[in-house]
Write a protein that binds this ligand. Structure first.
Ligand code: NAI
Ligand code: 13P
Length: 325
């Protein structure tokens, strides 16, 4: 449900895994173009889609009889979008979105449970280093399928295991979702540094300290600390923060070069979730009393309260402390 970059690439993974996939596009003209050309001209124009994928703009048609419903709309739009849909009785739901809802601080699996009333045990997520273009090109990648019940996670794992996409299970849904949302904020910070012309030391420092603050917040919220060293944590952070394909890193780079949020948004090739999740993740930090200096710096830049060079200067000027504190 969602025919952007990741919705389309993940539909391809599911088709490669041998399933019949219906791909819902919000705009009828996009669904029509996918049907006609067997490509998604707006997001992955050069990728031929396998015959197992059928595009439609009618959500009822897309959802009719589905055993697994995969949600691939941006985090801040998921609630309003879900309200209009009737999910099939007994289906499993998978969220692909990496964000925390602004205003409620809810993770996407929580939003799904709240809006649909579906048992949280039947809601899973897919996360990890998942840059959509690479997956669509069938470059090899590992990922994480998280669900609170091991048997549900294993069923979803089997559903999306293709010759080039290798998912691992995890039952720490909270940690996996938090890691996915927070890495987008950290990727904005890395991008800002890159945009300012800084090199590998700065990038590695922000990745590593970004992971430290993500893990601190996760622990305070009850996540399994091991999650942050895995594909959903370190793996996704490294992929996103290293790749020019990342919308979040690119968005940060534009901010680092002096563009404002509106200008960077206009240039973005899709949703950069970290821009809004900076607000909700920073709020989670305040509510739990966890210090999140990088997230807070990004939030202030996005709000126009500081500039990237000032934010970096402020980060470096903080009181010295031990690495593990
Ligand atoms: N692109 C990637 O490499 C990856 C993306 N994700 C996550 O997947 C989610 C979706 O990302 P993408 O497919 O890349 O985004 P995108 O920006 O490429 O596409 C978003 C899709 O959602 C649809 N949509 C439905 N309702 C909408 C509304 N009310 N407002 C705006 N768009 C609406 C759009 O039409 C579009 O098809 C995000 O949370 C993203 O962080 C996760 C892993 C990889
Ligand atoms: O989540 C992603 C890779 O795992 C995609 O990152 P961007 O949304 O920054 O492109």
């Amino acid at each position: 449900m969602g025919a952007g970059s990741w919705g389309t690439a993940f539909a391809l993974v599911l088709a490669d895994a041998g399933h019949d996939v219906r791909l819902w596009a919000r705009r009828p003209e996009l669904a029509e173009a996918v049907r006609r050309t067997r490509r998604n001209p707006d997001y992955l124009p050069d990728i031929a889609l396998p015959p197992g994928i059928r595009a439609t703009a009618d959500p009822a048609d897309a959802l009719d009889g589905a055993e697994v419903v995969v949600l691939a709309v941006p985090s801040q739009r998921l609630r309003e979008t879900l309200r209009d849909w009737r999910l099939p009785e007994g289906c499993l739901v998978v969220s692909l979105a990496k964000g925390i809802e602004v205003g409620t601080d809810l993770r996407m699996s929580q939003v799904v449970a709240e809006v649909t009333g579906i048992d949280p045990d039947r809601i899973g997520i897919v996360t990890g280093p998942n840059l959509a273009r690479e997956i669509a090109e069938r470059q090899p990648a590992a990922a994480v399928v998280a669900a609170s019940r091991g048997d549900v996670a294993r069923r979803l794992q089997a559903v999306c295991h293709s010759p080039t996409f290798r998912p691992y299970t995890n039952t720490d849904v909270l940690g996996c979702e938090l890691a996915g949302a927070t890495k987008n904020v950290i990727a904005l910070a890395v991008g800002m540094g890159t945009g300012l012309g800084y090199g590998a030391n700065a990038v590695a420092s922000v990745i590593t300290r970004g992971l430290a603050e993500t893990a601190r917040l996760g622990e305070a919220l009850g996540a399994d600390p091991h999650t942050f060293a895995g594909l959903a944590g370190l793996g996704d952070l490294v992929a996103t923060c290293s790749s020019p394909l990342s919308r979040n890193r690119t968005f940060g780079e534009h901010l680092g070069r002096g563009l404002d949020v509106a200008e960077a948004t206009a240039r973005s090739l899709g949703v950069a979730e970290g821009v809004q999740s900076a607000e909700s993740v920073a709020d989670l930090g305040r509510r739990t009393g966890v210090d999140l200096p990088i997230v807070e710096g990004v939030r202030r830049v996005v709000r126009g309260e500081t500039t990237p060079p000032e934010a970096i200067r402020d980060l470096l000027a903080r009181d010295p402390k031990p690495e593990r504190a």
